[in-house]
Design a protein around this ligand. Structure first.
Ligand code: UT7
Length: 336
């Protein structure tokens, strides 16, 4: 078993590093053609061609009716723990990013903790929609650096299909379900080099699920609403800005990035970000074709795919970038 650097008030770890990654996709894979056929039955006109051309998505996975956010998260977490080569009992912090929790409360992180057979360590959810994993990773990094934790499980898990209005073709073709996880542990070596988080609540309305519960009833509309073009425009601007800012903080340049692992919302946003950062697309991890947009799960899922395929190897410098509802955005630069 690897043991993370011991922490004390006098010798705090200087860094946190990713010890292992894991991912999980529900078994039900739905292609664009299958989805278009399903939508046609209710009079909604879309096509594989439109979806693939405008977004890069070819298929997505949908969770089974009895599969919960916590089930996906546990499957991804087990794989990350196995990859890290550590005992689950050594996990001393669980942070889970999601907008599709099992319950209003308690947090899905607490449910995951119990399903993993753990107890005692802090466990909480982070709600930053598609930026959620970058937020969760930054919080875990900060807690490890201050000595509050030494081995964290950081998870992004979503059952976004539950929020979709299958009568709205502008949104229902875009999203999928899945989970990704990392074990982040204290280390003398980097690790996470720099990170930055942002939010601007003026843009709440361009991407939201406005419903809630009140008096035992649903209040408002509990399906996802998005002004796609407005989100697109903001996303391409903030993703460039935050990447540059994080590079400056870390004393690195675009040339130091081995892999850009952006939130997987739309291939055209990824192409635009890569172009602005002067990176060729063969330095960008792209899973949107097979996963669709899995919100907080998209970055750790893409990371796990890249690690398991051998694209990302130890020593590579990775730029992780998220953007989503809130409006929220952020980036983490790390040496894997
Ligand atoms: O994860 C959080 C972050 N989210 C994102 O980053 C999403 C950002 N936005 C986008 O990715 C894109 O804006 C979309 C993929 C959502 C839309 O692409 P677009 O190129 O901005 O298309 P549009 O919304 O401007 O719509 C173009 C046309 C419209 O028809 P008209 O008005 O030109 O006749 C739409 O009605 O495409 C039509 N359209 C569709 N046609 C067939 C919209 N959805 C569909 C569809 N199938 N599914």
């Amino acid at each position: 078993m690897n043991s993370p650097e011991k922490t004390s008030a006098t010798s705090l770890p200087r860094y946190s590093r990713i010890a292992g990654t894991g991912g999980y996709l529900p078994a039900n894979c739905v292609t664009n053609a299958q989805l278009a056929q399903r939508l046609a039955a209710s009079g909604i006109d879309t096509s594989d061609e439109w979806i693939a051309d405008r977004t890069g998505i070819k298929s997505r996975h949908f969770a089974a009716d009895d599969e919960l956010c916590s089930d996906l998260a546990v499957a991804a977490a087990r794989r990350a723990i196995e990859a890290a080569g550590c005992d689950a009992s050594s996990i001393d912090l669980i942070i889970l990013a999601t907008s599709t929790p099992d319950m209003v409360f308690p947090s899905t992180a607490c449910i995951v903790q119990h399903k993993l057979g753990l107890a005692g360590c802090p466990a909480f959810d982070v709600q930053a929609v598609c930026s959620g994993f970058v937020y969760a990773l930054t919080v875990a990094d900060s807690m490890i650096r201050t000595g509050a934790a030494s081995r964290a499980l950081v998870i992004g898990s979503e059952v976004f299909s539950r929020l979709l209005d299958f009568g709205d073709r502008t949104t229902c073709v875009l999203f999928g379900d899945g989970a990704g996880a990392v074990v982040l542990e204290a280390s003398d070596e980097p690790g996470i080099l720099a990170s930055e988080l942002h939010a601007d609540g003026r843009h709440v309305g361009i991407l939201c699920t406005p419903g809630g519960v009140s008096g035992g009833l649903l209040r408002g509309d509990p399906t996802l609403k998005m002004d796609g073009p407005a989100v697109f425009k903001l996303a391409v601007t903030v993703l460039e800005d935050v990447a540059r800012s994080v590079l400056i903080k870390a004393g690195r340049t675009e040339a130091d990035i081995d892999w850009l692992i952006p939130h997987q919302a739309n291939i055209r946003i990824m192409q635009s970000t890569a172009r602005k950062l002067k990176l060729s697309m063969d330095k960008v991890i792209v899973t949107v074709a097979d996963h669709g947009n899995t919100s907080a799960a998209s970055i750790p899922l893409a990371l796990d795919v890249a690690v398991r395929s051998g694209q990302v190897v130890r020593g590579d410098t990775l730029m992780l970038e998220g953007v989503g509802g809130g409006f929220t955005w952020g980036a983490v630069l790390l040496d894997y």
